[in-house]
Design a binder for this molecule. Structure first.
Ligand code: HEM
Length: 210
């Protein structure tokens, strides 16, 4: 039996960490523009003008990095029948009773939910951000539409930040997960315990190869 199983290739990991970096920079520069109590954050970007110039480009950068992950992983994140069972038992997962959880594929229903919320928020952030991007587009967008776009932009940023916090917490909480995005591999025991259907598929163990 192999001790470690490949979960992500080097390009995917590189892309993920670039996305994390850009997400952090876009997030902080966005906060620096959001409320007077946070204006001090613009010091990180060379002052208010630079923050305003850089923020939309950083946002487009995050979107492009996410797009690669989206196309590579969307199929594996489609919901199926197993996910309904998993969702019904999600209380057990949160209570730490992992043994009660039904077997999951490459991603469990919680991870899939996070993935789709991220995808929707990324799209909303891009579309709404473009609508009030003063330098290029805002002149041809009616002011009331820009106002709605601003509110949706802030709400999407808030929602994606919440799910990112959940995502990081889950990655740290489930021991042995972070190495999937650092080394690219997970232990066979981790895969068996957390993603049994995926484990069976990649190892060929068991008759059922879903
Ligand atoms: C320090 C921050 C972060 C850490 C430690 C982290 C860690 C991880 C780990 C360990 C995985 C692999 C999970 C698995 O295969 O079971 C993963 C996957 C992923 N991460 Fe992160 N991540 C971070 C930030 C982010 C951010 C900011 C985003 C998006 C804005 C993001 C989006 C994703 C996506 C889309 C996947 C693929 C999971 C899926 O398709 O369901 N991550 N991350």
């Amino acid at each position: 039996m192999k001790r470690y199983l490949q979960r992500y290739g080097s390009m995917m990991r590189f892309n993920h960490w670039i996305m994390v970096l850009l997400f952090g920079l876009a997030g902080f520069s966005g906060l620096a523009l959001f409320h007077p109590s946070l204006f001090f954050l613009d010091n990180l970007f060379g002052g208010p003008q630079w923050t305003r110039i850089l923020h939309p480009y950083l946002g487009v950068g995050v979107f492009i990095a996410f797009l690669f992950m989206f196309f590579a992983l969307a199929r594996a994140n489609l919901f199926n029948r197993n996910d309904v069972e998993w969702m019904k038992k999600s209380g057990d997962m949160l209570a730490g009773r992992k043994a009660n959880m039904p077997p999951a594929g490459r991603f469990n229903a919680g991870q899939k939910g996070v993935f789709w919320v991220m995808a929707i928020c990324m799209l909303l952030l891009l579309v709404t951000g473009v609508l009030f991007w003063q330098q290029w587009f805002a002149n041809s967008v009616p002011i009331p539409l820009q106002r709605v776009a601003l509110v949706v932009h802030a709400l999407s940023a808030f929602a994606i930040s919440l799910v990112v916090v959940m995502h990081i917490y889950a990655a740290l909480w489930v021991k042995g997960t972070v190495r999937a995005m650092t080394q690219g591999t997970v232990s066979a025991g981790w895969a068996k315990q957390n993603h049994y259907l995926w484990y069976k598929k990649v190892t060929g163990e068991g008759a059922d190869k879903r």
